[in-house]
Write a protein that binds this ligand. Structure first.
Ligand SMILES: [Zn+2]
Ligand SMILES: [Zn+2]
Length: 135
């Protein structure tokens, strides 16, 4: 313990403090993650035994659990941002890396479920990059 991380949603309603260590960091390309993120993959940090304290906006949070699976998402009902899910039954907090305002102290360890990735999710590292919107 003693590792304090903070994060928030886009609209700022939901703010949290997480006390714990990130043990795993996976980029998940499964269809569930693609649906909920609207993107190629989710970037999920796993913090076993961590505790989360909502500094604000806990009443604005919505929770979705996909029946018959471990898949669950917590998100801000105002702006839709994914925020951490406290999987109490598994004493694990799953943190979407993008909602953190503090630096992440581990690097992504693996792309997972690439067997169900989108057909456009191929060679994306070779696509031209721009620091902002291209003109
Ligand atoms: Zn929000
Ligand atoms: Zn997934």
């Amino acid at each position: 313990m003693g590792h304090l991380h903070t994060g928030s949603c886009l609209c700022g309603a939901a703010k949290f403090e997480l006390d714990g260590e990130f043990k795993k960091f996976f980029l998940c390309h499964c269809s569930r993650c693609r649906k909920t993120s609207g993107s190629a993959h989710c970037a999920n940090l796993f913090a076993p035994g961590a505790t989360i304290k909502w500094l604000s906006g806990e009443d604005k949070l919505s929770y979705y659990h996909l029946e018959g699976s471990h898949f669950a998402r917590t998100f801000c009902s105002v702006c839709g941002s994914n925020v951490p899910t406290d999987a109490k039954a598994r004493s694990l907090v799953v943190v979407p890396a993008g909602c953190l305002d503090t630096d992440v102290d581990i690097t992504a360890q693996a792309h997972i479920f690439t067997g169900s990735k989108g057909n456009w999710d191929e060679g994306l590292d070779k696509v031209p990059s721009f620091e902002g919107m291209p003109t």
